[in-house]
Design a protein around this ligand. Sequence first.
Ligand SMILES: Nc1ncnc2c1ncn2[C@@H]1O[C@H](COP(=O)(O)OP(=O)(O)O)[C@@H](O)[C@H]1O
Ligand SMILES: [Mg+2]
Length: 536
Amino acid sequence: MASPTSQDGKIALLRAAFKACDVSNTGRLSFDEFFALLKKGNPRFEEPQAQDLFEKADEDMSGEVDFDEFVEYIFNNKTLDRVFKLEASASEEEAKQCLMNKPGPIRAAASKSVKDAGGDWRAMTWKERLEVAKDLEKEASEDSVARTKGAPTVDATSSSAARRPDRNKPKNLQTVAPSPKSAKREKPVAAVAERRQEAKTVAAAVGGGGMASLLGAKPGGLAGSVNKFAIADMSQTALVDYSLQEEDLDFAGNNADIKSDLAAFKDYLKTADSPLSRLNIIKFIAKGTAGWVFLCEDKTTGARCAMKLIRMTQARSGIKEWYCSKVLTSDAVSNVVFTDETVQVVQRSSATDVIKDQIAKARPVNYFMAMIQELMPWGTLEDLAKEGELSPEIMFECLEDVAKTLAVMHANGLQHRDVKPENIMLQMNDQDEVLAAKLCDFGSAQVGTEAASMQDDIRRFGVTLFSVATGEGWTKNRLIREKHDALVARLTTAVQDSSDPSLQRLPKVLEQILSGSMTMAQVATVMEELDSAYDD
Ligand SMILES: Nc1ncnc2c1ncn2[C@@H]1O[C@H](COP(=O)(O)OP(=O)(O)O)[C@@H](O)[C@H]1O
Ligand SMILES: [Mg+2]
């Protein structure tokens, strides 16, 4: 048997202490069990301190601490701390930060569902882990709302490599106590000395007799790992390099010309200057998934425009927006919210107060891509549908515009991949009449012509049609995950009292679109027919 003072002996004793606390016998400690373990050593151990330790020991963010994590934490070997470690790519770093902000019970349910499905949570990328957590979170909130129809199906757009969580597994996440970790995210990272002290505190707490020496191991240094706040210290050049790596330009496929275009753009960004010398920022307009949009005015001409700011660590979405806009401009498409070819960079320290207010939460990033666009102050198709102001006439016009734009994109080898009512902006005249519907937000776009990936846009267009025709909210009802039959059935009910031939045709058209048998060009032709038939 190993001596109690050897490393193996210590681990064996620690395993015994761990097992004794693992009342649920899962091989992992929930926060309550972890807290009980600490209290065993020291009955006066305080909960907030325990929460802090729990958070740090939960290396893989599974919402529970398993034995390996616990040993890692106590003996602090290798590149231990996810909080300190900067991921190699900006997208992984962001996924990790985002996962960290999810409540513990959600993470615990996510890691469990992966394990139950035979997967390996730790072997997954942060993006994959986040995806599972997001799915479960949505299901949890969904289950708490009384649903009338339609079981959600798997989202075909998901890039998760993990198997889908078993819907029946984590029963009701609302009944799980709130995570001890959820409320305390934005605290500064503990310094190494502080960490050492914490490790000692754990040791003292769980200690008592032999345990004290057992757990008295000093944490190893954090040499070699990069502090995540390194992002704050990066120069514009370094941040652009970090944010736009090889894989971030993969959306262009293998086309060498496009790749060299993107590489030149990336180089340009490293020294691009600020638009704030020529623009007054008047007010904040809206926040999307990636960026903040501001109303601006040219200092000399007084012309108004919109400025979309996205943090540099999301430059991979900005570069898509820039690239798509460039291609579509040269193709003379009109119903697109274009981005100026000249993209600039705003530095946090030189931003105006209106901007600073918005980007305060984007720390530690200090540089932002600024894209100038035509101002579209009339809102989105989603807004209009929500306000109940969408007449069938306007609806058909808008759907025709969008279908035609998507058809041109597809003909140019571009896929939008985020078609939804919120990403369709309206253009109106002084009488508030809708003149056009313009597609915006190319931040998820992809270059390529495979029929299968084009189908994603076509399906999303179909679901957009459903959403605006029935008034069912996109996000609230999670339409994109619904079974196609259910959507067609609900649309049939929604139009059954109408005598208009175009409206009557809609369910059949939706069924055809969702069946995957049409190209975008064919959809555009049908939408044109419906629109002109309605006008007649
Ligand atoms: N050119 C513009 N003019 C006015 N408002 C805009 C403009 N572009 C976007 N918006 C508003 O900002 C929101 C977010 O913009 P979007 O381009 O979709 O960014 P994200 O990628 O962050 O979703 C839109 O849904 C819309 O309400
Ligand atoms: Mg958007």
